[in-house]
Ligand binder design. Structure first.
Ligand SMILES: Nc1ncnc2c1ncn2[C@@H]1O[C@H](COP(=O)(O)OP(=O)(O)O)[C@@H](O)[C@H]1O
Ligand SMILES: [Mg+2]
Length: 281
């Protein structure tokens, strides 16, 4: 049995638009795999398909050898597929601890009758639940503000809470959709450290991210999507040197070199694209 999340010839059409075409990818546990590509490449759609947000137009998805194609989102969640969203989705009036405890409850709901009918057990379980929630928050340096309500959190902490919540269900697969979006340099670096620490032999981590510095630093493997198709697959070094990838992102390899050279000068310039590549004024 293959211990991976596999997309096999997966396609997704929205009307006439082919958002994903004949996609074959393997996401393995123990490593961080990134999915990159220009806007509209189909990255979020791929996650949405694995999470059961809408049906596939073709192909199949397997988790640890089991066909999970077409399962409803709650069944997929029970199978261990967990995710964050490109746009934050938090419960504004709930504290950080409560966010994590909700996940705990869904995992331990069979104990609820015991809690209801036996108050001493209820108190003990509540204490244990809070302890476990604090341990999850601690992984993201959020334990100290566990009693703060989500609506009072700064943006960087909100993003971390969303990831903490996705981890709290002890998933088999963790999809992160642009976790660094909107974070400053220092927050992004700190988030990167947290994500590296999450790697474990049981967990498949899939990172979708625009911040190339972060992708290159964290990823063990990278898949590049372009217009719904797989353009390249490899290690960060292989992807950096791939001319197809440079062309998809930047127009041509010459553009890429010009951009890199210009970035090194650290001056504020106006970029003008010409037929020959990129010139700087
Ligand atoms: N629910 C939807 N209905 C119609 N078109 C969609 C829907 N979701 C995504 N698309 C289209 O599918 C393509 C891929 O989108 P998406 O997966 O969000 O790209 P990415 O996350 O790589 O930026 C885009 O052209 C987008 O407009
Ligand atoms: Mg997206």
């Amino acid at each position: 049995m293959a211990l991976v999340l596999q997309f096999r010839n997966v396609s997704k059409k929205f009307g006439a638009l082919a958002a994903i075409s004949d996609l074959n990818v393997d996401f393995k546990p123990g490593i961080i795999t990134s999915v990159i590509g220009p806007n509209g490449a189909g990255k979020s759609t791929a996650i949405n398909l694995a999470g059961g947000a809408y049906p596939l137009s073709g192909g199949a998805i397997f988790l640890d050898g089991r066909d999970i194609t077409g399962l409803p989102p709650y069944k997929l969640a029970q199978s261990g597929v967990s995710r964050t969203f490109q746009n934050l989705r938090l419960f504004e009036d709930m504290t950080l601890i409560e966010h994590i405890e909700v996940c705990e409850l869904t995992r331990t709901f069979r104990q609820v009758p015991l809690e209801v009918f036996w108050p001493p057990a209820a108190r003990r379980m509540a204490v244990e639940r809070e302890k476990r929630a604090m341990a999850v928050l601690d992984k993201f340096d959020l334990a100290g503000i566990g009693h703060v309500r989500a609506r009072d959190l700064p943006y960087g902490h909100r993003k971390l809470l969303e990831i903490a919540r996705a981890i709290a269900v002890r998933p088999r697969v963790l999809f992160l959709d642009e976790p660094a979006a909107g974070l400053n340099f220092k927050e992004t670096r700190a988030l990167g450290e947290r994500l590296l620490a999450l790697r474990s032999p049981d967990l498949i981590i899939v990172l979708i991210e625009h911040d190339m510095d972060m992708v290159m630093r964290l990823s063990d493997e990278i898949y590049v999507l372009h217009q719904g198709r797989l353009l390249a697959h490899g290690t960060p070094d292989q992807i950096k040197g791939n001319t197809d990838v440079q062309t998809a992102y930047l127009g041509s390899p010459n553009d890429h070199q010009a951009l890199q050279a210009a970035a090194r000068t650290r001056e504020s310039r106006v970029r003008i694209r010409t037929g020959e590549g990129v010139t700087w004024h």
